[in-house]
Write a protein that binds this ligand. Structure first.
Ligand code: NAD
Length: 285
């Protein structure tokens, strides 16, 4: 039986560190604050917003909502981004995406000050991930994967790591982060030939394909650590990952469950970025 890498254990440790930092900032007269920008009333945005605001309250981080109607114009959304950029009391910004189709999302994303880009939507933040320079903030989901590896003391140095998926939000930055941890990294995608053999070679596997159960028992072997980023809904309406958990778990050494794995860590990583941004802003005062 594999060791379960549980999000709640990682979250508990992360939260403790975030609370301590937030308290220290408040003692110095700085209240770390997240600006939440939402256009419309999309149910998945509302659900993520509830999770984020609850986590803010738990960790001693303030939040301020900027709500726009679903038919808001490009100018209205850009005006809100300009407002949060100029407001020194807002340290980080969460903008729900995708934005309604009539908006130019890229222009809106790039308008945010990278110093407040706690959810990695600007080119500046992404450049930080790829260059190693201290620019913006890395994307929360792949960072949550790294937090899990760190928390459980899984050393990546010299290990073979495979990332399944090459999206800009998860797969590619996860590969960069694993390289930074001195792993030897291979990235698989839809055109990869004989993926089971490639994945079987790895010591550490991060799966972010967006396809339920794409990694099954034919892809894995004893000794592996499997991090499952996928969030899918199966035929019975239940949440499931990209890994066929019931088939893979009996074979490998360690695995994250879905739900209860990566997803739960992501929100704390986001709030951690807000506190880090507030620390940097306080240092510039
Ligand atoms: P995406 O659709 O943008 O990218 C998926 C990538 O996987 C693509 O590069 C594609 O080439 C590759 N891929 C697809 N099918 C494949 C296959 N059969 N074999 C090999 N590669 C394949 O998705 P994304 O935004 O990177 O998200 C990936 C998954 O992670 C989704 O299930 C998503 O819901 C989930 N997700 C979770 C969190 C979290 O907080 N846990 C956050 C973001 C995304």
């Amino acid at each position: 039986m594999a060791k379960q890498l549980l999000g709640k254990e990682v979250v508990a440790a992360l939260n403790e560190r975030i609370i301590a930092k937030a308290e220290a900032l408040k003692a110095n007269g700085v209240t770390p604050t997240l600006g939440i920008v939402r256009v419309g009333e999309n149910e998945s945005d509302l659900s993520y917003e509830r999770g984020a605001t609850k986590r803010c309250e738990k960790l001693g981080v303030e939040y301020k909502k900027y709500l726009l109607p679903a038919d808001a114009t490009q100018e209205q959304v850009l005006a809100v981004i300009d407002e949060v950029n100029k407001d020194d009391s807002i340290h980080g910004v969460l903008l729900f995406r995708p934005l309604p189709k009539h908006l130019n999302q890229d222009e809106i994303e790039q308008a945010l000050d990278p110093a407040k880009d706690v959810d990695c939507m600007t080119n500046g933040s992404m450049a930080g991930v790829f260059t190693g320079k201290d620019l913006g903030y890395p994307p929360c989901t792949p960072q949550a994967c790294m937090e899990i590896l760190d928390h459980y003391g899984i050393d990546c140095t010299g290990k073979k790591a495979v990332v399944v998926g090459r999206s800009l939000v998860v797969g590619k930055p996860a590969a960069m982060m694993l390289i930074k941890k001195n792993a030897t990294v291979t990235v698989c995608h839809t055109r990869t030939v004989d993926m089971p053999s490639v994945v079987k070679e790895a010591d550490i596997v991060i799966v972010a394909a967006g396809r339920a159960g794409v990694v099954d028992d034919s892809y894995v072997r004893a000794g592996q650590v499997i991090i499952d980023v996928g969030i899918n809904v199966n035929a019975e309406g239940k949440l499931c990952g990209d890994v066929a958990y019931d088939k893979v778990e009996p074979i490998v050494d360690a695995i994250t469950p879905v739900p209860g794995g990566v997803g739960s860590v992501t929100t704390s990583v986001l709030i951690g970025h807000v506190v880090d941004a507030a620390e940097k802003a306080a240092a510039r005062r």
